[in-house]
Design a protein around this ligand. Structure first.
Ligand SMILES: NC(=O)C1=CN([C@@H]2O[C@H](COP(=O)(O)OP(=O)(O)OC[C@H]3O[C@@H](n4cnc5c(N)ncnc54)[C@H](OP(=O)(O)O)[C@@H]3O)[C@@H](O)[C@H]2O)[C@@H](O)CC1
Ligand SMILES: Nc1ncnc2c1ncn2[C@@H]1O[C@H](COP(=O)(O)OP(=O)(O)O)[C@@H](O)[C@H]1O
Ligand SMILES: [K+]
Length: 479
């Protein structure tokens, strides 16, 4: 599990650790790790042009001391001092090692730019002259390594209120910061490198966490010798309509490939015909009325993809949500729920799977506000609605009250294509039916969906149905 922390959590841990160590030890460790990463990025240090962007805090100190180490290995190190003050001891050490102070134009000929403008101490949008320095460094020819956090990214939230460094690599000290995993900040981070400065024992419970292959492999249920199709979990899919038949096919496809013992599909004539021809293994009930009578027992429902938002869909949604099993609420069912919040009054678990626009509608706020503060809105929706929230997007989040928000890191922009959300609903629904909690089903579902998206795309545009078909390969790739 990759765990991440807010700036306040990191500061508290650093203070506890620092109290036991001689002054300067942590910065020394940070600088040593940073210099090693810089050297690896450069390949050859001797003769390389390294430009340090130095702000007025300890983030600048890290950059200066890393610069000292690189200068001693023969790099030509230049420091651009952008702050109202500077870490004086660091600057003196750099000068002694042969480093020089230069103007911002130095970035135009840098092989490597080290962004030490600001780290966890940032407040609000970058001020001048930092913002101009950032714009110039982003346009320059050199590789860019961010110290601790790309300057301009809020370490605790991932918000980017103004200019920010676009890093190729971010070398983060002691522990990962929340803002490096959450968009928009995650999009500025590049590859993430963690330098161990000995903080581990002092860290509290994480703010957010990202699953790894091993975590997902451990969480996924494995059928045992005593399994039968009912014990493995039956997932009900209430999706599709006369107008939208494809969503039903994709959601059932996702569920079938994610290990459900059986999929029961309910829908009207047109989607029933499509589901029947694509998936002979699904057990189908054709609905003339919005009723679940005679459908048979399921362990979890997937409700909503392509369902429509008329009276028929509303009544079907009401009946599904009146059941006593977990329900995944997606797409059109989210529209129904935002119109009629009483639908969510139930005691069994609910996993909602909105994208930013759907969550904005549910929370009655502008979409841009959700996009800018995804973490805050996912958390707030989980608390206000009393449900588990899977907020889709370039980094998908799974929020549940009193748990670290799970961030999915397997996604790929190739998934930004019609119908992939329907597949995800089926996959996560199948995991719910197999007994995973909403929190685990949502986060493992997003993880497998992302891996499957990568496998299906393999460097080219993907066809959505291939994402469902690639779920078994994604599961195999975990071990
Ligand atoms: N503590 C430790 O043990 C360790 C800490 N470590 C390192 O220290 C870093 C934290 O250092 P920190 O606390 O000095 O804060 P930091 O991020 O340098 O920024 C503060 C300065 O930024 C400025 N500033 C703020 N907002 C701004 C804005 N919008 N636009 C422009 N400027 C703005 C503000 O300047 P001022 O307004 O005072 O001129 C303030 O002085 C941490 O990220 C890690 O790299 C590691 O070495 C490991 C050990
Ligand atoms: N840029 C991106 N990077 C990674 N994943 C993405 C990106 N854009 C969209 N996705 C994923 O693609 C899926 C799209 O789902 P959704 O918005 O419901 O679309 P649809 O309704 O067409 O199925 C979600 O799982 C989302 O997380
Ligand atoms: K920085």
């Amino acid at each position: 599990m990759l765990t991440a922390y807010t700036a306040d959590q990191i500061r508290a841990a650093e203070q506890a650790l620092m109290a036991r160590l001689p002054d300067g030890t942590l910065m020394e460790r940070a600088a040593a790790g940073l210099a090693a990463c810089c050297a690896a990025m450069l390949g050859r240090v001797y003769g390389a042009r390294v430009v340090l962007l130095v702000g007025s805090g300890d983030n600048g100190g890290d950059a200066l001391y890393a610069g000292v180490r690189l200068a001693r290995r023969g790099a030509q190190v230049e420091a651009v001092l952008a702050g109202s003050k500077v870490h004086e001891a660091g600057l003196a050490a750099l000068r002694q090692a042969g480093g020089r102070v230069r103007g911002i134009e130095a970035v135009d000929r840098a092989d490597l730019v080290v962004d030490g403008l600001v780290g966890i101490g940032v407040t609000g949008a970058l001020r001048e002259p930092y913002a101009k320095a950032v714009a110039r460094a982003n346009q320059g020819p050199g590789l860019v390594v961010a110290v601790d956090v790309p300057s301009g990214v809020d370490a605790s939230t991932g918000r980017v209120p103004g200019a920010a460094i676009q890093a190729h690599v971010t070398v983060t000290m002691g522990a990962c910061k929340t803002g490096l995993l959450i968009d928009p900040g995650a999009g500025y981070t590049g590859r993430l490198e963690l330098v161990d400065i000995g903080l581990g024992a002092y860290l509290p419970d994480p703010d957010v966490a990202a699953l790894t292959d091993g975590d997902v492999a451990d969480l996924l249920p494995e059928p045992g010798a005593e399994s039968d199709k009912y014990r493995r979990g039956v997932v009900g899919v209430a999706a599709g309509s006369e107008e939208y038949t494809g969503a039903a096919v994709l959601a059932v496809g996702g569920a079938l490939h994610a290990g459900a013992g059986m999929v029961r599909y309910v829908g009207t004539a047109a989607p029933v015909a499509q589901v029947r021809s694509h998936w002979p293994e699904a057990v189908i009930t054709e609905l003339r009325e919005p009723s679940l009578d005679g459908v048979g027992r399921v362990q979890a429902w997937v409700l909503g993809p392509g369902l429509g938002t008329g009276d028929f869909a509303h009544e079907l949604a009401r009946r599904v949500l009146a059941s006593d099993v977990p329900v995944l609420v997606d797409a059109d069912a989210l529209t129904l729920v935002s119109r009629d919040p009483t639908l969510l009054r139930r005691s069994a678990p609910v996993l909602i799977t909105p994208h930013a626009g759907e969550l904005a509608r549910l929370m009655r706020v502008p979409r841009e506000r959700v996009e800018a503060s995804r973490l805050e809105h996912a958390r707030r929706a989980a608390a206000d609605l009393g449900v588990t929230v899977l907020l889709k997007g370039s980094t998908t989040l799974v929020a549940e009250q009193d748990r670290p928000v799970r961030v999915n890191r397997t996604g790929t922009p190739a998934l930004a294509t019609g119908g992939t959300g329907d597949v995800l609903a089926g996959v996560a629904g199948a995991l719910l039916a197999q007994g995973l909690s909403c929190y685990d089903a949502g986060s493992c579902g997003a993880y497998l969906h992302g891996l499957a998206g990568r496998l299906a795309a393999d460097g080219a545009p993907l066809v959505t149905a291939d994402v469902a078909a690639a779920i078994p390969a994604a599961i195999r790739s975990l071990s």
